[in-house]
Design a protein around this ligand. Structure first.
Ligand SMILES: C=C(O[C@@H]1C=C(C(=O)O)C=C[C@H]1O)C(=O)O
Length: 310
């Protein structure tokens, strides 16, 4: 999705065709993600940017970011990549950061494992001083006395509001905290370059469902608005399925379940309660919606009882 100038001014950054910061939360990682990245550091400089990007792009047209091994990689990165990753391990290698910024490509700045908010945001300022304002910040966790890294979602949120820039959260190989990161306001999730497709799909699903509830969107086109509706429908489907299961539980527990035990007073009260959270729809419009939802649940419960399923 491409962005209008007004949206760009609100702090969105385009990675190739992928907008980060406006619209839906994105997933950057390996196969199955919205954008992919490769770290030449992971290959200890034995692989060049051109070859690494070509390998990712084989049969896949999306945006690719590259983390350089050294300044020697930057010319090839400029030619082949859609963005550059400043890794947590060298976030404060100012010479390299400056050289990266001068490429003019979007720069994803990971927070170093001991870097403060100020030090992290200062790296964005270094890039701006080189004429590059296309910065994404990425909370990559701190090294503590605990095992692994400790992600700081409050710091991520502070970076986002202080800088006005898109902020991602680095989940590595584990999508468990994807929903939490999106709920805390992340504009995207960074996964390990070789994270599995299953991990990317889990992160995307969490981003979609949690984002539908927590992420404000102001789509400016039919396509974007339909995309936003699809995300809301994904969340609705999860909730409708859960609701049907719970309503089925009530049918089994009530003295008289199913349509025979219908309680219209309870139904009216739940519609009135919902209207407090959905004032634009109001009771009159919600009532037929909920009637359909409730009847679908009752039909399912009766079918299951008739077929002997619990
Ligand atoms: C679930 C119940 O059974 C029926 C189904 C309802 C529902 O799906 O919300 C509400 C009232 C009843 O007509 C219940 O009595 O709470």
């Amino acid at each position: 999705m491409s962005l209008s100038t007004a949206e760009l001014e609100r702090g969105a950054v385009n990675l190739g065709t992928l907008a980060v910061g406006a619209g839906p939360a994105v997933v950057i990682g390996g196969p199955g993600a919205d954008a992919r990245w490769v770290s030449l550091r992971d290959h200890h400089g034995r692989v060049g940017a051109a070859g690494a990007v070509a390998a990712v792009r084989a049969g896949w047209p999306g945006p690719v970011l590259v983390e350089p091994f050294s300044a020697g990689d930057l010319a090839e990165i400029a030619e082949h990549a859609d963005g550059v990753v400043v890794g947590a391990a060298w976030m404060q290698d100012f010479q390299l950061v400056r050289a990266v910024a001068r490429l003019g490509l979007p720069v994803l700045v990971q927070r170093g494992p001991a870097a403060t908010l100020e030090e992290w945001l200062a790296i964005a300022d270094y890039c701006v001083a080189e004429g590059n304002d296309r910065i994404l910040l990425c909370e990559s966790g701190s090294r503590t006395h605990l095992a692994g890294v400790t992600l700081d979602l409050a710091l991520m949120r502070a970076a986002r509001s202080r800088s006005g820039r898109p902020v991602l959260v680095d989940l590595g190989e584990d999508p468990t905290l994807a929903g939490a990161a999106i709920a805390a306001g992340a504009d995207g999730l960074l996964l390990a370059p070789d994270a599995t497709e299953q991990t990317a799909l889990a992160a995307q699903e969490a981003a979609k469902v949690v984002g539908a509830l927590t992420r404000p969107e102001a789509p400016g086109s039919v396509l974007a608005a339909r995309g936003a509706i699809d995300r809301v429908d994904a969340a609705l489907a999860v909730l409708l399925e859960r609701r049907a299961e719970l309503a089925g539980t009530v049918q089994r527990l009530k003295p008289v379940g199913g349509f025979a035990g219908r309680d219209m007073d309870r139904e009216r009260r739940l519609v009135a309660e919902m209207a407090r959270r959905a004032p634009a729809l109001g009771e009159a419009r919600l009532a037929p919606i909920m009637n359909a939802v409730i009847e679908a649940g009752l039909h399912l419960a009766e079918e299951r009882r008739a077929s002997g399923q619990a």
